[in-house]
Design a binder for this molecule. Structure first.
Ligand code: GRF
Length: 200
């Protein structure tokens, strides 16, 4: 299975996926990394894993839909079957969602539907919730909304610093995302409405 990862920043989840693919845990190939930020650190990681990376400059497009059209064109050319969003800081349009229906995954550093949107770890920490976590989900037309593949809860410790919580969340992300992509690559995820079933 050909997989593309879309990222805007650090790319630690992208690297976790590369590692899993290299180990053979993911039944597929990470064909390319697409970024919308030229200096994204994820691109350096791509070099390390010999994954081609493409930078698509949003400024070259008149609106979000034409940007997404370009991305879809690239993904189709590479015969991509799964699109993995890993810290991709753009809202994707219904055009993109339709082109890869139930074939786009996202990871969110909170227990959806709580703390949708950016800066979720910080907002959960500030809010004072006792439990937060990580969600892996398919992408639909609404932000941080599609069918849930996995969730893992973490209890926030008393007096835990934001930095410590972030570190624990990222650690969970780096095992949960490869697990979800691995199942997808083996054809084991079945989406029915809002529910995702894992086949034996
Ligand atoms: C992760 O926390 C992910 O949940 C969120 O963006 C962050 C990306 O981190 N969507 P990285 O670029 O993979 O290190």
């Amino acid at each position: 299975m050909n997989i593309a990862v879309l990222a805007s920043g650090k790319g630690s989840n992208f690297e976790a996926l590369c590692r899993a693919a290299k180990k053979g845990d993911i039944k597929g190939k990470i064909k390319l990394l697409v970024t919308d930020v030229k200096t994204a650190y994820a691109r350096k990681r791509a070099k390390k894993y010999d994954v081609p990376s493409i930078f698509v400059d949003p400024k070259q497009f008149k609106d979000r839909r034409s940007f997404d059209k370009e991305i879809v064109k690239i993904l189709r050319k590479e015969k991509v079957e799964l699109v993995v969003l890993a810290g991709f800081m753009r809202i994707i349009t219904p055009y993109f969602v339709r082109a890869f229906k139930n074939r786009i995954m996202n990871i969110h550093p909170a227990l959806l539907p709580s703390f949708k949107g950016t800066d979720a770890i910080n907002r959960a920490h500030k809010y004072g919730v006792k439990v937060t976590g990580v969600t892996v989900h398919f992408v639909d037309d609404k932000v941080d909304h599609g069918p849930v593949v996995f969730q893992k809860a973490l209890e926030i410790r008393e007096n835990e610093s934001l930095e410590d919580l972030e570190e624990r969340i990222h650690r969970v992300e780096h095992s949960l995302y490869p697990k979800a992509v691995s199942l997808f690559s083996r054809g084991k995820l079945l989406v029915k409405g809002r529910k995702v079933f894992i086949r034996d």
